[in-house]
Design a protein around this ligand. Structure first.
Ligand code: RET
Length: 288
């Protein structure tokens, strides 16, 4: 048999990671990890059906926009967890020098692969689900268009730089630098949630529900960077299955319980949230 050419050997070197099938099957070897994904696919799907049923009779355009935005959250979740469960958005990455998991390896399909399991699909799909949460919250508070836009853009920046932190393998320091940038963007989101929108909600007559949801959001969202830092991406004190369940548990409260409380309010207070689909202040007639 002919020896492999130089190009063929290079290709083989580049294809060092596990296949999707190997990852898909490996997930079932850890019941904690497997349940953290499959339980959430089921919960997201069931809550989506329930929320559609709950909001089907809404009539007011603003109430409907809040509902559609809220419905996007479990919709993205079904896709996000299916991406992870199928192995499509999970990878094995070799950590740089200085990282606690540097030199680690993982057994998949009878083969040992250098690196740690990274569930990077989570960070990617947060860039879709968290803006939907913020849009629903901002509309509920009757916030102005500029603050909604600012909260959403900084939130997307937070998710994308969090993804960059997880995927950077060249330098340990740069991983934490990305993490720091992501935290800075998170601070902007927290600032708007805690200081701007409560005033708007007061004026809109939605202060009670807004303050409940604001508290739930702030407390739950603070959990995500903590899990990142303790999990395999950060100082690696939590194993993959536990890290995954920690995110899944935060998701259950920050997404399904959050959306349920929000929609229950919107459905029974349609006249309070009613109005134009434009955020307040937009499209107002000129003063002259
Ligand atoms: C990361 C790591 C880098 C630093 C920070 C993070 C914050 C993540 C947050 C995620 C919230 C996710 C939700 C998902 C719902 O679908 C990216 C973990 C600040 C706040 C609510």
């Amino acid at each position: 048999m002919a020896l492999p050419s130089k190009t063929e050997s290079l290709v083989a070197l580049q294809q060092e990671g596990p296949t999707q099938t190997e990852i898909f099957e490996w997930i079932f070897t850890d019941p904690v990890l497997a349940s953290s994904l499959y339980v959430n696919i089921a919960l997201a799907g069931l809550s989506l059906l329930f929320f559609v049923f709950l909001t089907k009779d809404l009539d007011d355009p603003r109430a409907k926009l809040i509902a559609v935005s809220a419905l996007l959250v479990p919709t993205v979740s079904v896709a996000s967890y299916t991406g992870l469960a199928s192995g499509l958005t999970i990878g094995v990455l070799e950590m740089p020098d200085g990282h606690a998991a540097q030199g680690a390896s993982v057994m998949m399909g009878g083969e040992s692969y250098d690196g740690v399991v990274t569930m990077w699909g989570r960070y990617l799909t947060w860039a879709l689900s968290t803006p939907a949460i913020l849009l629903a919250l901002g509309l509920l508070a009757g916030a102005d268009g500029t603050s909604i836009f600012t909260a959403i853009t900084f939130d997307i920046a937070m998710c994308v730089t969090g993804l960059a932190a997880a995927l950077t393998t060249s330098s340990h320091l740069l991983r934490w630098f990305w993490y720091f940038i992501s935290c800075a963007a998170f601070v902007v989101v927290l600032y708007i949630l805690l200081t701007q929108w409560p005033k708007a909600a007061e004026a809109a007559g939605t202060a009670d529900i807004f303050n409940t949801l604001k508290l739930l959001t702030v407390v739950m969202w603070l959990g995500y960077p903590i899990v990142w830092a303790l999990g395999v991406e950060g100082i690696a004190v939590l194993p993959v299955g536990v890290t995954s369940w920690a995110y899944s548990a935060l998701d259950i409260v920050a997404k399904y319980i959050f959306v349920f409380l929000l929609l229950r309010y919107v459905v029974s207070n349609e006249s309070v949230v009613s109005g134009s689909i434009m955020p307040s202040g937009a499209g107002a007639p000129a003063d002259d």
